[in-house]
Design a protein around this ligand. Structure first.
Ligand code: PLP
Length: 222
């Protein structure tokens, strides 16, 4: 094993993905690891790129804009995913910067995304965030509102949503929240599920996650 990969948690996370997929009789190729590099500088990201990781997640447009263009120039083929709340006035920058947005959560944002996407040749992969715990402080549409929201995105704004994303309440068992998200996706014919973080990604894989967002287990504590 190379020195660069040994100093990150990436090999252990990869092993855990393979194990969770074997347990769930899933092909590991069906699980995209989004390495969440928020708050970490390029010097911490470099070894993870050197170890072969190509998909990264950030939660702030401003921070991503500061560190990713140089990394992308140095390493063609990297994919950058937006996983945090997105303000409508940052949509133009977000479309230019990100290959996927996991945090679509309100009609006004859909409208802004649709308008901006129409002006560009960029087609970011979009996930609708579902607030499965109905937590007032958390972004996302309520599970019972998701079907109507998806129809409105599609028919009202011509916006193709590829999947659903959830962040379970941190004081609850995540499995029921993952199961609910998977159920809402299935009844809407959506194939992609962004769910699972450092503490619970093996459970998310067992419940069908196609994209796991893992920060701490790769980069260490923030
Ligand atoms: C920070 C963050 C993650 C990664 O969390 P870890 O516990 O560090 O793995 C995943 N998803 C979202 C939306 C985040 O903001």
């Amino acid at each position: 094993m190379s020195v660069t990969s040994a100093i990150t948690g990436l090999p252990a996370v990869r092993q855990e993905i393979v194990r969770a997929c074997a347990d769930a009789r899933r092909d590991p190729a069906g699980v995209t690891l989004v390495a969440v590099s928020k708050t970490f500088e390029a010097t911490a990201i470099d070894p993870v790129i050197a170890a072969g990781q190509t998909v990264f997640g950030e939660n702030r447009v401003q921070e991503a804009k500061g560190k990713w263009p140089a990394l992308q120039a140095a390493h063609p083929g990297l994919e950058l995913h937006m996983i945090g709340p997105l303000q409508s006035n940052k949509v133009k920058e977000a479309i230019a910067l990100f290959d996927a947005i996991h945090s679509v959560d309100r009609p006004s944002l859909c409208e802004a995304l649709a308008k901006e996407i129409a002006k560009t040749d960029r087609r970011p992969l979009l996930f609708l965030e579902v607030n499965t715990g109905a937590e007032p402080q958390k972004a996302g549409v309520l599970p019972q509102d998701a079907d109507a929201f998806l129809a409105r995105c599609r028919d009202g704004y011509g916006l193709a949503i590829g999947g659903l994303m959830c962040i379970p309440p941190h004081d609850e068992a995540p499995a029921p929240h993952f199961a609910l998200t998977a159920k809402v996706a299935a009844r809407n014919g959506l194939k992609l599920l962004s769910m699972g973080m450092s503490a619970d990604f093996p459970i998310a894989i067992a419940m069908g996650a196609t994209h796991i967002r893992v920060g701490t287990a790769i980069f260490g504590g923030r």
